[in-house]
Design a protein around this ligand. Structure first.
Ligand SMILES: O=C(COP(=O)(O)O)[C@@H](O)[C@H](O)[C@H](O)COP(=O)(O)O
Length: 354
């Protein structure tokens, strides 16, 4: 099989009523863990590289690791997605280096901290869509700023994201504005703000419908039924893995993530891409701490990395199964990006806006 565009993958997910985890990748162990889990359950794959990953690994390493995954698992469709592009220039460079999907995050200015105006968001996103679609590459936009509806604070934890307290209207995507945004930009997928945030500290207690607004997913989906909704900050922060970090000398505070059953409810109402990074960090970190304490004589780091990989594979497999992606890979025949570009030009992929 081959590289596939996000649009084709998510159109398939919408047609068959499932969702796809989009795992962030930084190194070989993460990519192998995701691919091993996907192969075990026959799931299509989205591998996404953040700005942090590009700084950590370097774009050529990231790209070649994804290409190695495609070569090693020729029967699985793989989308190479660029997470949180800060500007059209970042997105264009990713398209040039072979990504089949990019995210233009125009909800923030190029510093990735200052909330942008709606007009700026529309203009930068529209520009990226025009160039990306000409190459058959998909575009995810973002409307609203990620942050906590419990505290009203923006979700700055991972080196990007707004800072401080935000106007509550920014923390919740408005369905009317979403419809207008899609009409003007023609994005393929839309990241929405519904109370989730990046990192380990999302909620101080198990989230209720007041602070995790799945009802808003439903309202937005009704207005833009063909646009694939994206939940960022959707790690579930499993208690057992966080506890493992603490059991072996770490110090993770009490915290709650996004319950898997709430994500599944979102998938029933148009969520197709679910961003997950923290869960793999927590599982691998817990497994490594445990391994180092329990096997003090070891000096082969490969055994340590293997423990991390095994832990991540278990999380990935559980998410593929819970989101209904298991058993779907063999049903997909990736189209060439040239074919996608033609379909855009012929208006076959134009959005429905109500
Ligand atoms: O939504 C995301 C992850 O959510 P999560 O923290 O796992 O709940 C990603 O889109 C983030 O962009 C990613 O975690 C940021 O990674 P770095 O910039 O720190 O590499």
């Amino acid at each position: 099989m081959a590289l596939i565009s996000l649009r084709q993958l998510l159109d398939h997910a919408a047609e068959h009523g499932y969702g796809l985890p989009a795992f962030n990748v930084n190194n070989m162990e993460q990519i192998k863990a995701i691919m091993e889990a996907a192969a075990a359950v026959d799931a299509p794959v989205i591998l996404q590289g953040s700005a942090g990953a590009r700084t950590y690994a370097g774009e050529p390493f990231l790209r070649h690791l994804v290409l190695a995954a495609i070569e090693m698992y020729p029967h699985l469709p793989v989308c190479m997605h660029q997470d949180h592009g800060a500007s059209p220039a970042v997105c264009i460079r990713s398209i040039q280096s072979g990504f089949s999907s990019v995210m233009m995050d125009g909800s923030l200015l190029e510093d990735m901290k200052t909330p942008a105006s709606y007009a700026y968001n529309v203009e930068t996103t529209r520009k990226v869509v025009e160039m990306a679609h000409a190459c058959g590459v998909s575009v995810e936009g973002e409307l609203g700023c990620l942050g906590s509806l419990e505290t009203g604070r923006a979700g700055k934890e991972d080196g990007h994201g707004a800072e401080g307290e935000l106007d509550p209207s920014l923390l919740l995507t408005d369905p009317d504005e979403a419809a207008d945004f899609v009409r003007q930009t023609q994005v393929d997928a839309l990241a929405i703000a519904i109370g989730t945030s990046h990192g380990a500290y999302k909620f101080t207690r198990k989230p209720t419908g007041q602070v995790l607004r799945i009802d808003r997913v439903k309202a937005i989906h009704q207005r833009i039924p063909t646009i694939h909704l994206v939940m960022h900050g959707s790690s579930s922060v499993p208690e057992d893995w966080a506890q493992m970090i603490n059991d072996y000398g770490g110090d993770i505070g009490q915290t709650y993530g996004v319950p898997v059953e709430e994500i599944v409810e979102g998938i029933r109402h148009g969520v197709r891409k679910v961003n997950i990074d923290t869960d793999l960090r927590i599982a691998s970190y817990g497994a490594m701490r445990k391994f180092m304490v329990e096997d003090r004589k070891n000096f082969d780091p490969r055994k340590l990395y293997k423990a991390a990989q095994t832990a991540m594979t278990a999380i990935c497999r559980a998410r593929y199964e819970a989101f209904g992606a298991a058993g779907q890979a063999a049903k997909i025949k990736p189209l060439r990006l040239e074919d996608m570009s033609l379909a855009y030009a012929q208006g076959k992929l134009d959005p429905i806006v109500r």
